[in-house]
Design a binder for this molecule. Structure first.
Ligand code: AMP
Ligand code: MG
Length: 418
């Protein structure tokens, strides 16, 4: 399991900036080194554990990029058309055994190997056949046109995929193109997930009049699964220090990360802090982020714990900006955080300097083609509809104090964050 010494997160201070806090976590957690080999079909979303050097060049052999006619460069017409007799036919998957003869052309198809000595291919659309059945080639084609030389994509031996790469379908395609069958990936990060709160009922259970169904746990587990984690659903812990402490203690040591939601504010019924302090060490870390300010970070028997706020939007935003980088760091992923794309604000907004804020927004394309961000009309951190009915988050940096309509702001799409 991920082991942390108790002083890893001993960073005091009342409010830490998001960048400082995440920088600290991601440099301090020890990346998991256990690997497993997975079949290509199961590799999507996993983190590659070893560099992959190209075992063969891509393409593996020089081939035609089009359906057409192959010729020697010496036979290319320069100023007038030239008619060449047809001699040979090479299909994709066929062998080009005989070298092409001087003054002749061979029928060739896309992906077929170039015959020895042939260097250029005329597209079939650019030639005509004369009465004698010869192929009439137009002048002016550059030598080497319509040919894909061996290794033009990736030369043999090139480090084509790096350890730490979180695999996307295109990376899987590259591994398949190399003929690889299985890939060494970092084993899944094991995350224990708890909700906390007497007011919560699990979907499927009876709900008292003063209760609401636990939505955060399912949101967080879904986000963790998207990050490739192995998730343990540990249900709901009551607002009581001892049962919280017992619940957390049970999973320390068997998981790489413990994630809780709720109970981290400073109210009398927020017991996560005291529970963690009773069995491990906690630095209640008030991060300068809105929504989400209360985020707790602790260590229980060497296992890191992140306590997210209970309000669903705060939970979502802090997951994306704190838990996600932590999970990626645990998996040894090299992935850089997504870059906000510039869009035009269609709203006015005031904020305090000194904290990072995330504004839920939808995108609309304007007549001039630019993208405009429309702020969700209400601001409550408990409004699930605000996440469902928007496309992403506008990131407002610490120094920003107001946003005016037309101003350029950075937009992070949910598609890139999840
Ligand atoms: P807390 O952080 O525990 O003070 O909770 C803040 C708000 O979030 C309260 O209104 C809670 O009812 C709500 N809340 C806490 N946990 C959850 C959860 N798992 N699902 C949905 N809402 C929650
Ligand atoms: Mg609570």
């Amino acid at each position: 399991m991920a082991q942390l010494s108790d002083d890893c997160f001993a960073f005091g201070g009342p409010m830490m900036s998001v960048d400082e806090a995440v920088g600290l976590i991601t440099t301090r957690v020890n990346a998991i080194v256990d690997l497993e080999a997975v079949a290509l079909i199961d590799a999507d979303g996993r983190v590659l554990a070893r560099d992959i050097a190209a075992p063969l060049p891509l393409p593996p052999f020089t081939n035609s990029a089009v359906d057409g006619y192959a010729v020697r460069n010496a036979d290319l017409p320069d100023s007038a058309e030239r008619a060449l007799p047809l001699d040979g036919r090479i299909q994709a998957g066929g062998l080009a055994l005989a070298p092409i003869k001087a003054g002749r052309t061979a029928r060739i198809f896309t992906g077929a190997p170039m015959p020895p000595d042939a260097e250029t291919v005329f597209m079939q659309e650019d030639v005509r056949v004369d009465d004698a059945g010869r192929i009439v080639l137009p002048p002016g084609l550059k030598p080497g046109t319509n040919v894909r030389p061996a290794g033009e994509d990736i030369p043999q031996g090139h480090i084509a995929l790096r350890a730490g790469q979180r695999l996307l379908p295109q990376h899987v395609a590259l591994a398949a193109a190399f003929g690889l069958v299985r890939l060494d990936v970092v084993r899944r990060i094991r995350v224990a997930v708890f909700s906390t709160g007497d007011e919560l009922a699990s979907p499927g259970e009876p709900r008292a009049a003063s209760q609401l169904f636990d939505s955060n746990r399912f949101m967080l587990m879904a986000m963790l699964r998207r990050l490739g984690c192995d998730v343990s659903d540990l249900g709901i812990l009551r607002d009581e220090r001892i049962s919280l402490a017992n619940g957390l203690k049970q999973v320390a040591g068997t998981h790489d990360l413990i994630l809780t939601t709720g109970g981290v504010s400073t109210g009398e019924e927020d017991h996560v802090k005291a529970a963690v302090e009773s069995i491990g060490s906690l630095v209640l870390w008030r991060m300068a982020i809105k929504p989400g300010r209360p985020v707790a970070m602790g260590i229980i028997e060497g296992t890191p714990l992140i306590g997210l706020p209970g309000n669903p939007v705060a939970s979502f935003v802090t997951f994306v900006h704190v838990v996600r980088p932590t999970v990626l760091a645990l998996a040894g992923s090299l992935q850089a955080p997504p870059l906000p794309i510039p869009v035009r604000a269609a709203f006015t907004y005031k904020k305090k300097a000194g904290r990072r804020e995330y504004v839920r927004a939808s995108l609309r394309r304007m007549q001039d083609g630019a993208l405009e961000a429309i702020k969700f009309p209400r601001e409550g951190a408990g409004l699930l509809s605000s996440l469902v009915d928007t496309d992403g988050l506008i990131e407002l940096d610490e120094e920003v104090t107001r946003v005016e309509p037309g101003q350029s702001v950075g937009f992070l799409s949910y598609a890139d964050l999840l």
